[in-house]
Design a protein around this ligand. Structure first.
Ligand code: 9MR
Length: 459
């Protein structure tokens, strides 16, 4: 029986074998996380093969050396983390500083990358002259229009997508009372899109927010707004789900939520993905983080109109998290020294990578857990067991629920739950998983509060 998923210290991303004790005919290897092998295709290539753009936020001054090499080779899109914000580009009224923004755009062009412009209308990181001014509504509206026209116009043809409006909602789904909303009402949103479209008709225009990754009051409000803007003919092209997430708490309704936005006729992007953990990091947390990154990227990969996954900084040393959440960090796919973490491989695996990872001697069978639907107190989940270079005759999948979930019914497997631990064995008719094949079983369960996706162990 396999007992440990701890990565070895010497080969932190090495694939790990798990011999299945029971069943002499069974060969099983559990692929938990792969390593950075020289032959692994970069994330941007894996993404391209799936029709997805893979991006990172960057700091312009760091785009040299190893940081520049990784930013240029692994990603097909760059988002300036701060360089295009109003406070950065117009620190004094009428006096502009485009230095860092220009540098990032030039770097992106040199590396055949898209740029996501971030962000035109926000309540943070505005210049003091703007926030401290005593403007009439008419003046404020004109200032906003000029700002959008100037910035979008400057980069016309060079920006694939703009985060036009950022963080317009409070957690309860009401409009956030910002300087924009308080003075201009919610109409500032439609105007901002209209002005941006006039300045660059080919840029994709997004509304972007956090805590809208799952189905909740805030994402419902965003959904209703986008629906209404589309009905009014406002030129909105996309919804950005920031995805500043916490370890083990990827919303189980993420894919469902992405899909419902896509069904409104807009693109969806994961715009600021990071997954923070309580420090210090350890191998169990890093393994969970790999599963979390994988499930976020897989949710995007599963929806055609989810077009971009961008991480908010690719290295832990370049992340905003420790400065904002004391005691938390390690939220990105690379460590402080620019070595890829298991999270990197979680992303690669969700994009179909890992195939060039030297296969374990007996190949691998993997189990993927997903929530297919969820309502007030219940949910339906499934586990898919897939084998490549290996096969199973008789299997058992187990996991530990992290938030009090309880299985109520299962099909295509014999499941029992003891405390938080669920163990599911094959039904009499689906114990065989051939090389290159898969078996899926399903279940209903109850949940309360949150419904995080657990890690499934095969063995
Ligand atoms: O990463 C940005 C950080 O360097 C800034 O100090 C911070 C200021 O609010 O903004 C960070 O980026 C934010 C992004 O622009 C919008 N979504 C939340 C991000 C994290 O705060």
């Amino acid at each position: 029986m396999r007992t440990s998923t701890t990565p070895s210290a010497r080969t932190p991303f090495a694939t790990r074998l798990a011999a299945l004790a029971a069943g002499a005919a069974t060969t099983l290897a559990l692929l938990a996380a792969g390593t950075a092998h020289a032959a692994d295709p970069p994330l941007r290539d894996l993404g391209a093969a799936k029709g997805k753009v893979i991006g990172t936020a960057v700091t312009g001054s760091k785009l040299t050396g190893t940081y520049g090499d990784i930013a240029g080779s692994q990603f097909s899109s760059l988002t300036p983390g701060n360089a295009m914000k109003w406070g950065s580009v117009e620190p004094t009224q009428g006096s502009f500083d485009w230095t860092e923004a220009d540098q990032i755009v030039a770097f992106a062009q040199a590396h055949n990358q898209q740029v996501r412009g971030h962000t035109l209308v926000w309540h943070n990181q505005n210049p003091n002259w703007l926030t401290n001014g005593n403007w009439t509504s008419a003046q404020l509206s004109t200032l906003l229009q000029n700002h959008i026209s100037t910035e979008v116009g400057r980069y016309k043809g060079k920006i694939a997508a703009w985060d036009v409006v950022n963080e317009a909602f409070d957690e309860d789904g009401t409009y956030r009372p910002t300087l924009w909303y308080n003075s201009l009402g919610s109409g500032y949103i439609a105007n901002a899109f209209t002005w941006a479209h006039a300045a660059d008709p080919n840029a994709k225009l997004y509304i972007n927010d956090y805590n809208v990754e799952g189905v909740n009051a805030k994402s419902n409000a965003l959904y209703n707004l986008v629906k209404s803007l589309k009905q009014q003919g406002v030129p909105i092209d996309g919804v950005g789900l920031q995805a500043h997430l916490v370890l083990g708490q990827v919303p189980s309704t993420l894919q469902q939520n992405i899909q419902r936005f896509a069904d409104l006729g807009v693109d969806v992007a994961i715009t600021e993905l990071d997954i923070r953990m309580a420090l210090p990091a350890d191998s169990a947390k890093l393994t969970q983080q790999a599963a979390d990154f994988k499930s976020v990227v897989a949710a995007c990969a599963a929806v055609t109109r989810c077009v971009n996954v961008t991480v908010w900084g690719f290295a832990d040393s370049d992340s905003w998290v420790p400065g904002t959440f004391p005691g938390y960090g390690a939220a990105t796919p690379y460590d402080d020294n620019y070595s890829p973490k298991p999270a990197y491989h979680g992303i690669a695996e969700a994009l179909g990578g890992g195939s060039t990872t030297p296969p374990p001697t007996n190949g691998a069978c993997t189990a993927t857990y997903s929530v297919t639907s969820q309502w007030n107190t219940g949910f339906t989940g499934q586990v898919k067991i897939s084998c490549a270079g290996a096969s199973l005759s008789g299997w058992r999948a187990s996991w530990t629920f992290g938030a009090g979930q309880q299985i109520t019914q299962a099909w295509n497997a014999d499941c029992t739950q003891s405390g938080a631990t669920v163990t599911c064995a094959n039904a009499p008719y689906n114990g065989t998983v051939p090389d290159g094949g898969s078996v899926t079983f399903g279940f209903n369960g109850s949940w309360n509060g949150s419904n995080p996706v657990p890690l499934v162990t095969l063995g």
